[in-house]
Design a protein around this ligand. Structure first.
Ligand code: PRP
Ligand code: URA
Length: 212
């Protein structure tokens, strides 16, 4: 896996990501195919996003001999941004089946593109927790910005944002407001259009993934 590193932003580059992203972007892709490729691309990006989790020694026995292995040490909280973030939560389940999950519900107003919070339920957050916020689309950055602000208010100090497609405008906003936060994404597209949709993008992720 290769990656482009721009300050606190990592753009994951992998042939499987490029392939699946092309399927996701194609307007002819069916809901079934969209879900399958969203799962593939999420998994690869999430592998990169979990790369720096710490591990600790674990002594076990194989059927043949004692073995000193390692197990995950960091405590992770994952926060899917409802509703599209649920697609990435499903992908993460295979890697971190016991992870604590906090929820935030944000919906962009179709006229102003401002995110409005309609739901929030978080586990207790400690400064030592790695809080991974997952949302496939980083457009204006408003949804991630609101989420990060809410998490910092609750004590989060180690926040990682994970998206599938990002717009340069949103990345810039988050870099300015939250230089302490890492962003891992599958693509940084060209620009936002007048309706604040990512171009070329893939359209409305939630509508396409949930078939609405
Ligand atoms: C989409 C997407 C992000 C947000 C990104 O959500 O899933 O949460 O827009 O845009 P921003 O960076 O400009 O805030 P949407 O409001 O369409 O809700 P949904 O997930 O319920 O479809
Ligand atoms: N939300 C989406 O689902 N797509 C965009 O292009 C922008 C916000």
């Amino acid at each position: 896996m290769t990656k482009t590193n721009r300050g606190n932003v990592i753009c994951v580059s992998h042939p499987l990501v490029e392939h699946s992203l092309t399927v996701l972007r194609d307007y002819r892709t069916t809901t079934e195919e969209f879900r399958r490729h969203a799962d593939t691309v999420s998994k690869i990006i999430l592998i990169e996003a979990t790369k720096h989790l710490s591990t600790k020694v674990k002594n076990i026995e194989t059927p043949l001999a004692p073995f000193t292995g390692r197990q995950l040490n960091d405590k992770v909280i994952v926060v899917p941004v409802l509703r599209a973030g649920l697609a990435m939560l499903i992908a993460l389940r295979d890697f971190l089946p016991a992870v604590s999950v906090g929820f935030i519900g944000l919906e962009r107003d179709e006229q102003t593109a401002q995110a409005r919070e309609y739901y929030q339920k978080m586990p207790k957050i400690f400064a030592s927790h790695i809080v991974m916020v997952i949302d496939p689309m980083l457009a204006t950055g408003g949804s991630f910005d609101n989420t990060v602000a809410a998490l910092k208010k609750k004590g989060a100090k180690r926040i990682v944002l994970v998206s599938i497609v990002s717009a340069p405008e949103g990345v810039k906003l988050l870099q300015e407001r939250h230089p302490d936060v890492m962003i891992i994404t599958g693509a940084i597209d060209d620009h936002l259009n007048a309706k604040k949709f990512i171009v070329p993008g893939l359209g409305d992720f939630g509508d396409r993934y949930f078939g609405t």
